[in-house]
Design a protein around this ligand. Structure first.
Ligand SMILES: Cc1ncc(COP(=O)(O)O)c(C=O)c1O
Length: 490
């Protein structure tokens, strides 16, 4: 049985920016214990000796906790409100960090894992990174593209650019989207510093502290942190074989009392689960968002990397009453280090995103944009993406075969995505992915543990397995090493 804990504004930073917390607790003692375990910084501010201290006022369905029943029974109760007491000096003294008026900020455990892998001195097969393989990067001929741009355009390729992006590149992006069923033109395109910046711009344009964002769980860690850094409450909804479970989203929204402002999905070959949002779910997600007057952000870095089956229409093309921001990137099919991505949205949204981008970086790097453009001007992009599909399709098959060979009969399971870079691998009950990672690094193999992709939900016995970087032979070797590591911890 869960209660909604509502936090007054001064307390939210101590709870990861959340305005509300949903906590399973049959009684007060469990509630305070859960707060202490899950939100230690908040506990430091509202609890003393395991109970709510005098420096806060706590109301349970409007009733002051001091007059609440002695056994603390919360059955039938819905809301616990925590407010700083008006007398006696606000809330308890802040922990040292907050005393310096710094609020908590969130990063990405994916990036941290990749950092850990990069620091390894022993030979390591990395199933951790989600970036294109070396041979994919070399396919594009970056040196020639760069030399051509610099020789032809000289210093102008190194000057500031227009905030919205190079006009011709905006037209290239619009044409690519139109070809995939999202009819648009350059005026609805903003070129961003990668998809990540586009996500952050959408947050800045749409979110206010305390707003709720509905996300997939497991979900793209960097986006989850972006929402939290903007003070949003994150509502994590399970993903199954059809992507985000929209029915469950509706139930969770109702139960939590949250008012969602944004739905965020990675509709194709999701990071980290590899799952794809079915057409029926795309439609019901849009309907659910419309019923809450919320916007939808679809982030689709992997849509072009489909190895089997037919493409599904972008959410923005499905004609609904909600605003949809469609985010894309050249990172997975071209060069991630150039940091060029985009957002497609209604012109008014693009105008607002442009304004906030002006306070961040003024414009995406001019040289990087022109290198992307030069690649497109030369033609052959379709053929290039076709080669990438073949490359990764082969790796995906190799990984599937290797996993089946090495993990038969172990209780380890994995899904079967139709594209993209990732498998979601589930470990038997009791095998913790972080502990497995420690041992795996000793064996010379890496992945990202499931914990990286959640805030409150438990994905500790799952891991993201990326096929993108290692060669097919290294995939075989890496999976053998992973089996050795598994045998040491299982
Ligand atoms: C779902 C998703 N969105 C965004 C990104 C980052 O894209 P970019 O490099 O364009 O910022 C990634 C990269 O891993 C991703 O998986």
């Amino acid at each position: 049985m869960s209660v909604i804990v509502r936090l007054a504004t001064p307390l939210r930073a101590a709870a990861g920016g959340n305005a509300t917390l949903s906590i399973d607790a049959p009684d007060l003692a469990t509630l305070t214990r859960e707060i202490a375990d899950r939100y230690p910084e908040l506990a430091a501010r509202v609890l003393r000796d395991g109970e709510f201290g005098r420096f806060v006022n706590v109301f349970i369905d409007g009733e002051d906790v001091r007059f609440f029943s002695a056994d603390g029974d919360l059955s039938g109760k819905r809301t616990v409100e925590i407010l700083p007491a008006m007398s006696g000096g606000a809330v308890a003294p802040l922990p040292e960090q907050s005393a310096r008026r710094e609020h908590e900020v969130f990063g990405s455990f994916i990036d941290e894992t990749i950092g850990i892998v990069a620091r390894q001195t022993r030979d390591t097969v990395s199933f951790a990174v989600g970036s294109p393989s070396r041979e994919a990067l070399e396919l594009v001929g970056a040196d020639d593209l760069t030399a051509t741009v610099l020789q032809r355009e000289g210093a102008s390729a190194l000057g500031y650019g227009i905030t919205e992006g190079e006009p011709e590149l905006r037209a290239v992006v619009a044409a690519g989207a139109s070809a995939r069923g999202l009819e648009t033109d350059a005026s609805e395109v903003l070129i961003s510093a990668g998809a990540l910046q586009a996500i952050d711009l959408a947050c800045r344009v749409y979110l206010r502290p305390g707003d709720a964002v509905v996300v997939e769980s497991p979900g793209f860690a960097n986006a989850l942190s972006a929402f939290r850094n903007h003070g949003a409450t994150v509502l994590e909804v399970p993903v199954d074989g059809e992507g985000l479970d929209v029915g469950e989203a509706s139930r969770l929204i109702r139960r939590s009392g949250a008012r969602p402002r944004m739905f965020f999905v990675v509709p194709n070959f999701q990071n980290p689960s590899g799952e794809t949002l079915s057409l029926a779910r795309r439609e019901s997600l849009l309907a659910l968002a419309a019923s809450h007057d919320a916007i939808v952000v679809e982030d689709d870095p992997y849509g072009l990397l489909r190895y089997r089956g037919a493409d599904l229409p972008p959410l923005a093309s499905l004609g609904s009453r909600v605003d949809v921001v469609s985010i894309g990137t050249f990172s997975k099919t071209f060069l991630p280090g150039l940091r060029v991505g985009w957002a497609i949205a209604a012109t008014d949204t693009i105008r607002r995103m442009t304004k906030v981008k002006q306070t961040m970086d003024s414009s995406t790097g001019t040289l990087a944009q022109r290198i992307v453009l030069e690649f497109h001007r030369r033609g052959g992009v379709e053929a290039h993406v076709g080669r990438l599909r073949e490359l990764y399709r082969h790796k995906q098959e190799r990984a599937r075969t290797a996993l089946a060979r090495e993990f038969a009969g172990t209780g380890v399971t994995w899904n079967d995505p139709d594209g993209g870079f990732y498998f979601w691998v589930r470990l038997p009950r009791g095998v913790d992915a972080r502990k497995l990672l420690d041992v795996a690094l000793e064996e010379g193999v890496a992945f990202v543990p499931g914990q990286a992709f959640a805030i409150d939900r438990d994905h500790s016995n799952a891991l993201r397995f990326s096929i993108s970087a290692p060669s097919p032979e290294r995939i075989d070797e890496g999976v053998r090493r992973l089996r050795r590591a598994f045998d040491r911890v299982a």
